[in-house]
Design a binder for this molecule. Structure first.
Ligand code: PXP
Length: 401
């Protein structure tokens, strides 16, 4: 549950990326083991914080941050304690002061606001630098540690867009000719900003073939993710090809596309053996699974590096309730996997409408999207189709620090 934000300040709202701050605050709350709590973060101006400072602390003038923990009396209130969320309290930050401190320390406004949120959060958790020098040092140490970790964490990075070019090969193969070439398509996708290229080498070679994967391995400049069934022939090819990663998927000859996730829990031994072979060759393995706790746990237990959460049911939902339910399955499976130390990707069926909500989940590192982009490319060109999707992913994960 993301922290609750209320924005109230005279500084133009466009200058404040609340989504980014929200991602960072959510990460901090996870690190501080209070992810199930709610916190209200209020951005105000100097005049308002001065008033609060004098009213509640009898101090004159503006300050950068104030925090008001919810008192223990309130926490014991039977009505409040019956609510599903626990309240930590309020953090109030003067954006005006944060802005001048940011320029004084030569850092971005968002980095300064993040520091102030961290400081306020630690106060809400009971840390206090005014009580003693020892406590001040402990608070300072933890604050620095959290900020350093945050800078290296997923919450500080944009969700990647990896593009599946199988359908370019599908069109080529429909005529049995050489055009359009998925190798050329991959290069165009990369030039338009894709962070990776995905191809599925199927047993029946219905789209991508052996020549494609060979050339793609030589020409991809970003990352090559080879999707594959865990069968002997394809495993041998992958071990020789050495893609940057493989994604194991269930593969049925009759299906139009990958229909469901792997039943990892039901075939742990076989999959663990494949993971082991790949890891010995230095190839990290992702398991394509339905967003279910049972599958996440099984993937973790057999040593996968990544899971890719199947977003098909979310994308195919026919009404809002169903979509919301499916979204929650994805969000909680992603959270669970992330907390276990798995890296989390997602994909299948994502399009120009459904992608942004998934891209906004800060536990998800990369989205694998094929059909919607290739379909749009028929009308607007591949370069534009990729750039449009990339903008959606970027805006949803809202990165500017
Ligand atoms: N992820 C996996 C594991 C897939 O099998 C596919 C389909 O090839 C995708 C993502 C991409 O799905 P779509 O083409 O619907 O975007």
């Amino acid at each position: 549950m993301p922290p609750h934000f209320t924005i109230n300040c005279d500084i133009p709202l466009l200058r404040i990326n609340t989504k980014l701050l929200q991602r960072r605050a959510a990460w901090l709350m996870r690190q501080c083991k209070v992810a199930d709590h709610d916190v209200s973060i209020l951005l105000v101006d100097d005049e308002e914080i001065s008033w609060l400072n004098s009213h509640y602390r009898e101090k004159l003038g503006p300050t950068n941050v104030l925090s008001f923990p919810l008192t223990s009396e309130n926490q014991n209130d039977t009505f409040l304690s019956s609510l599903p969320l626990k309240e930590l309290g309020d953090i109030i930050i003067s954006v005006e002061t944060a802005l001048s401190e940011a320029s004084q320390f030569n850092i971005s406004l968002h980095d300064r606001l993040t520091w102030l949120i961290t400081h306020g959060m630690l106060h809400l958790l009971g840390y206090d630098h005014e009580r003693s020098e020892k406590e001040a040092l402990a608070m300072w140490d933890l604050e620095n540690k959290l900020i350093n970790q945050l800078h290296n964490s997923r919450s500080n990075q944009m969700t990647h867009l990896a593009i599946n070019v199988d359908h370019v090969a599908t069109v080529r193969n429909a005529r049995g000719v050489t055009e359009p070439d998925p190798v050329a398509a991959a290069a165009i996708c990369e030039l338009a900003g894709a962070a990776g290229i995905v191809v599925h080498l199927r047993e029946d070679r219905r789209h991508i073939n052996d020549r494609d994967v060979r050339l793609l391995r030589e020409t991809i400049k970003t990352r090559m993710n080879l999707e594959m069934g865990a069968n002997k022939e394809i495993i041998e090819i992958a071990l020789n090809l050495k893609p940057d990663m493989v994604t194991l998927v269930p593969e049925k000859r009759q299906e139009l596309t990958t229909e469901g996730g792997l039943n990892v829990a039901g075939q742990k031994k076989k999959l663990a053996k494949t993971i082991d072979k790949m890891e010995k060759a230095g190839i990290p393995v992702s398991l394509f699974i339905d967003p279910e706790a049972k599958q996440v746990k099984a993937a973790h237990a057999i040593g996968a590096t990544y899971v890719e959460l199947h977003t098909g049911r979310y994308c195919d939902a026919t009404n809002d309730d169903e979509r919301e339910k499916e979204y929650q399955f994805i969000a909680s499976a992603a959270e669970e996997a992330y907390q276990m130390g798995l890296r989390v990707n997602a994909g299948h069926g994502l399009d120009y409408q459904s992608t942004s909500r998934i891209a906004a989940l800060d536990t998800i590192e990369e989205l694998s999207i094929g059909h919607a982009i290739i379909a749009r490319a028929v009308f607007v060109g591949l370069d534009q189709a990729v750039r449009e999707m990339k903008r959606i992913v970027r805006d949803a994960s809202m990165m500017f620090g």
